[in-house]
Unconditional design. Structure first.
Lengths: 214, 425
């Protein structure tokens, strides 16, 4: 294969810097990362493309990037047909169901039929709530689901939470959590065959580099 | 809104320029299949749901387009061609001497619940070799798969093989539900031995199995697979499956394709009817397989009372086009020379067109009947290579011919002109 092996990593947000750092610990410096979409790395075989964390599985599944770094939650939400090669350890979070502090809802079972839920994770939310027999109306939002109850859009949100700080700041109370996630190295399935040597070597270096942090 | 101008989700039009590529690829496949003795067949686009879903499993049948016929029976659009071929063989080709070699190039329909708008109608070119259960039959089909993909101009084609029964056989002794089995397959694909060990521990799988899974999971090349052979001594059926794969590999050495045949024991097909070797073809530049197939020895029995072993593959035509463009090669423009005949006499014009078409060039009659300047403007925009001006009904030679690109006019015998542009007659 002619071109470089592309690694798609989140262009912003809480996963961007740790992703660059993880590659750095694995001996791969990202060169000139500021405000570009594609960056070379200190390893001539690899380049890095910056995309939205939610789009990483898409780029990788369709082979526009051979590898990617993104959350396990995102891979599941997108139902992406990719390999999750390695748990990188950082970016730990959980998906939580939350309501305003003064809400009468205290458990999943209290959610009334037809309640509105705002989330960036419509697939995972629907699956979880349906499993608990809750029929709800899901409103898909992009970012800042915690705004929805404040503005009266919905009474319930499903969002990721790392420390619970954002929830507290927005006077929200967690009533359930249902998916523990962390950042993963994902791979296109065909690339994993055709570039096995390179990908396995990088995965191994990432594993060794990461063992120090956790 | 505005549905008059759109096609439904997942469907598309093929404009003339796209049809050149699509048609070229289909024609190449058709020629290769025919030269290997695989006779082309067709089946209805719509069939009874019951006939189409035999053996294919829920993943594919859930994604079929189904509707009700006028008499209330449920019908569906075909989502693949192997089940229709099996039905045809079991019902209409019972007395045909085996092996039966059949091929098809056809559109298939699948609904996709993927988060991107995938094509719901796409084209498959495939073959089925029916009546033999031998490694030689599988090897012929694999060699034809390689040859077909090479014939359309694809480079770096590789095929990864596994055996549909192997993992099932290894897991028979332990009780894992389907979800766990799926997880295990995925773990073998990831080649993450730590996670695999963890999985074995959690599900209390015997350690000797762990050794087998790791060995198989790591094995890609022939030598590595051969090394796992002794590990399988406690699983005689699995060992015989492995023997079968190695035999096929050996035959492909004679075909000259063995160096591009790899093993991947995590490989799964979305269709359930496979009983023996399963395989996927891919090129490094495209992120999903461009074709695949395998052996299905129980499928035809489900249509008739005759057990007939069979093996085959299907190639996705659009994926081949995508792969060709990703590899930077294009299909040769085989459109031919376009010659417009502008004639004051219909009879003379038709005679000239007859001569043009006979040598294999494309002859178009100028139906616009405008003056020379306007005709030349049109020719330029319409991709015409030459204009032949004919003045009388007898097609008196020589004729005046304009080269549209160079704007040069010459007066020559039509036959000499056609010879000069490479006419075949």
């Amino acid at each position: 294969m002619g071109g470089k092996i592309r690694i798609a990593i989140p262009s912003k947000g809480r996963l961007r810097e740790p992703s660059i750092q993880a590659l750095g610990k694995a001996g791969m410096k990202v060169i000139g990362e500021a405000r570009t979409y594609v960056s070379d790395t200190s390893n001539p075989k690899f380049s890095v493309v910056f995309t939205r964390a939610f789009d990483v599985p898409l780029y990788v599944q369709y082979g526009a990037a051979q590898l990617g770094i993104t959350g396990h939650d995102v891979v599941l939400e997108r139902e992406a047909d990719v390999y999750e090669l390695l748990d990188l350890g950082f970016g730990k979070c959980e998906l939580v169901v939350a309501v305003p502090e003064n809400s009468a809802i205290h458990r999943i079972e209290d959610i009334p039929p037809g309640a509105k839920v705002a989330t960036e994770y419509p697939n995972l939310s629907r699956k979880y709530l349906e499993k608990h027999g809750r029929q709800v109306e899901i409103l898909t939002v992009r970012g800042s689901a915690e705004l929805a109850p404040k503005l009266g859009l919905t009474d319930i949100i499903v969002d990721i939470s790392t420390t619970g700080e954002t929830l507290r700041k927005n006077n929200l109370r967690k009533i359930a959590s249902f998916l523990e996630s962390s950042c993963r190295l994902v791979s296109n399935k065909i690339a994993h065959r055709t570039l096995e040597t390179e990908i396995t070597a990088l995965s191994e270096r990432l594993r060794q580099g990461g063992s120090g942090i956790q | 809104m505005f549905t008059k101008l759109r096609t439904t989700s997942g469907t598309r039009d093929f404009l003339p320029s796209e049809m050149v590529d699509q048609g070229y690829i289909e024609e190449r496949f058709r020629e290769v299949f025919r030269s290997w003795g695989y006779d082309e067949i067709r089946s209805p686009t719509i069939e009874f749901l019951d006939a189409l879903t035999v053996g294919i499993g829920s993943e594919l049948s859930d994604n079929m387009f189904k509707f009700q016929d006028f008499d209330g029976k449920i019908v569906a659009l075909r989502s693949e061609m192997t089940a229709p071929v099996a039905r045809i063989v079991a019902s209409k080709m019972v007395s045909t001497p085996e092996p039966i070699r059949l091929s098809y190039i056809t559109n298939v329909f699948r609904h996709s619940r993927s988060y991107v708008d995938r094509l719901r109608e796409f084209w498959q070119a495939g073959v089925e070799l029916i009546g033999l259960g031998t490694p030689d039959a599988d090897a012929e089909v694999l060699a034809l798969l390689f040859t077909s993909l090479e014939e359309v101009g694809l480079k770096d084609v590789r095929v990864d093989v596994s055996h549909a029964g192997l993992l099932k056989e290894l897991l028979r002794a332990v009780s894992l539900d389907r979800e766990k089995e799926h997880d295990l397959r995925a773990l073998m694909g990831y080649r993450d031995w730590k996670q695999l060990e963890e999985f074995m521990r959690q599900n209390e799988l015997p350690a000797e199995l762990g050794e087998v899974f790791q060995g198989l999971g790591r094995a890609r090349k022939l030598s590595e697979v051969s090394a796992t052979f002794p590990l399988l001594s406690k699983f005689p059926d699995a060992q015989s499956f492995m023997k079968n794969l190695l035999a096929i590999h050996e035959i492909l050495e004679d075909y000259g394709y063995a160096d591009r045949l790899f093993f991947d024991f995590s490989l799964t097909r979305r269709i359930e009817y496979y009983t023996g070797i399963i395989f996927e073809a891919s090129v490094p530049q495209v992120g999903s397989p461009i074709g695949g197939g395998g052996r299905y020895d129980d499928l035809i029995r489900k249509f008739g009372n005759i057990g007939v072993p069979a093996t085959g593959f299907a190639i996705e035509v659009e994926k081949c086009l995508q792969a060709l463009s990703a590899q930077g090669s294009s299909t040769p423009m085989s459109t031919g020379v376009r010659i417009l005949v502008s004639s004051q006499s219909r009879n003379g014009g038709l005679k000239a067109l007859d001569a043009i078409r006979k040598v294999g060039a494309i002859g178009l009659l100028d139906l616009r009947g405008e003056n020379k300047a306007k005709t030349m403007d049109y020719a330029r925009l319409a991709g015409i290579d030459f204009i032949v001006f004919v003045s009388d009904s007898a097609l008196r030679e020589p004729v005046t011919i304009l080269n549209v690109q160079s704007n040069r006019i010459e007066t020559v015998e039509l036959r000499d002109f056609l010879k000069s542009i490479g006419g075949t007659a």
